[in-house]
Design a protein around this ligand. Sequence first.
Ligand SMILES: *Cc1c(COP(=O)(O)O)cnc(C)c1O
Length: 477
Amino acid sequence: MEKLLKEYSNPGKIGASLPDEKTNSPENLLPTELLRKKELDIPEVSEPEVVRHYTKLSVMNHHVDKDFYPLGSCTMKYNPKINDKLAALPGFAEIHPEQPVETVQGALRLMYELQQYLKEITGMPAITLQPAAGSHGELTGTMIIQKYHQEKGNHKKYILIPDSAHGTNPSSASCVDYEVVSVNSNQKGCIDIEDLKEKLNDGVAGMMITNPNTLGLFEEDIEKINTLIHKYDGIVYMDGANLNALFGIAKAADMGFDIVHMNLHKTFSTPHGGGGPGSGPIGVVEKLAPYLPVPRVVKNNNTYSLSTDHPDSIGRMLSYYGHFAVIVRAYVYISMLGAEGLQRVSRNAVLNANYLRKKLSDVYEIPFNRTCMHEFVASGQKHKNEYGVKALDIAKRMLDYGVHAPTVYFPLVVKEALMIEPTETESLDNLDNFIKIMKKIDQEAEEHPELLKDAPYDTPVRRLDELKANKELNVRW
Ligand SMILES: *Cc1c(COP(=O)(O)O)cnc(C)c1O
């Protein structure tokens, strides 16, 4: 095990030097009352110790710059380094949200133009970049749904959500006090329209639909479904976190959706997975535009400003205007690829997923085995029945072969689910290598099931008690 930085500490060691210690010392720069009374308890280490420590840590963890990361729904694709380079330009990285707008015209222009791009991509006439994550976009969207019904004097109580939805959907709806009503999936893995009709009534405020859904399938009856919801003055919300299956090909507005959120950190390539920062802009149809958060970036005679004068707005969703560095990365990503490039991204994401689905269906059970979008869900049920090996064991064994595990036990509509999303940035060689690994694991499951139950063997830590880690969270040193 790698030691903690604190354990490297030796009194007197120092890893940084100030240019002129006398004039730059805190005693000379700060008023006496602001000076710390006690010594600061931080590790005393040299620069090489710090660099080596973090380099060692960075390779203990799996990450997308290291190897394949097929974590379904999370879109762990390779993120071009140019995004980071441009987001770090001093004109972007060193500005402050309280600066006068005349001094940040470039930043505002970038935000304005990104909104224009996202309008084009979704077909929605109005966008906000404020939400700090996909789930925060959902919260913003459900607050807008609530506001819309309040303004119209509608009495609404329920939000319909398919049983294959991402878990954040019901949680966002509950946050604004809607009751969640679950709609069943049919045999094809799509929304069961008959069940939907039974649950639809005047109390329904709207419906949240992940499209493509968490089985990686496109909702084929989406127009019919959206028309049904609109008949009851319901608002249909599209969870568009997985837009890398669709952009450049299909637009949320054309499918009849009223609100859509995007995950800039997934689809538009920002390193993520460590808990943030993210960015979850939403787009809305004209009738919902007045309710979008403030402030809004507006353009008048080639000058950009922030306007707050929107009396019907739901207000601020964040102290400032969104996670700006993620916004810059998304802008760079879209500008680099252009319309045709984005379309190619979608096509390759879909192609890669279907290639894996088809090749793996020889040895793994795939319950909804038809053309998928950017991901598909395999099942470990057969392996469990025949060899006593669970989806979790298969996933853990994958770590020994140097690839990240897929999302497991989700969506709930598939038993022993293994949700696999290769993403568009993987080469044919990488996909073939993954297929080889999966076939090897299948063979191991048959011949040495015990081997899988104790996996992983080659990782810095072996199998952890994940339940205990959740229930008795203690991250203190
Ligand atoms: C990732 C994801 C979300 C949540 O996005 P966060 O940025 O993690 O809050 C919602 N829906 C789907 C389908 C997702 O894949």
